[in-house]
Design a protein around this ligand. Structure first.
Ligand SMILES: [Zn+2]
Length: 158
């Protein structure tokens, strides 16, 4: 993802653009524009080539800019219920290792008391620990029982 954000003011609201024109307008790749369309940028239905209204384009980009202003800080976990990044209640979280280097960071949302969790790598954990009190859960036991041969059925048949 490019760092600089397309300036929505470049889109003239009274004209419509093809995907190529939008790409040229912002100096971005056509695939980026197509990704916007997939992500919800409205187009004029049934027109070929695809036409995007300038006002739709401006509104879409403006919405994206505001949305992007809420990135998760290292110590924050996104709450799907509140639709916002949250710092876990009590500044506490639990780390459950999944692999040697990766695990789940879990906490409680301070606003809705729901479970919030996200992937976290061990490497990044050090930074998060500056802000949060992290407890380490024991590694999940490998469930091996199910993989054992079904000795019982053989026994019964004999
Ligand atoms: Zn919440």
């Amino acid at each position: 993802m490019p760092k600089r954000r397309p300036n929505h003011r470049l889109a003239k609201i009274h004209r419509s653009y093809t995907v190529e024109e939008v790409a040229r307008l912002f100096g971005i790749h056509k695939n980026t524009v197509r990704a916007w369309v997939k992500a919800g940028l409205p187009t004029c239905d049934g027109k070929r080539p695809t036409l995007i209204l300038g006002c739709d384009l401006a509104a879409y980009l403006q919405a994206r800019r505001t949305k992007n202003k809420q990135p998760c800080q290292p110590e924050e976990i996104y709450c799907v219920r509140c639709r916002a990044p949250k710092k876990p209640a009590g500044d506490m979280a639990e780390y459950q290792p999944v692999t040697a280097t990766l695990g789940n960071l879990m906490g409680i949302c301070p606003d809705c008391d729901g479970m919030i969790f996200r992937r976290a790598s061990l490497v990044k954990l050090a930074r998060i620990q500056e802000k949060l009190d992290i407890t380490f859960a024991e590694a999940q036991q490998q469930v091996s029982d199910r993989n054992q041969p079904t000795v019982n059925s053989d026994f019964n048949q004999g």
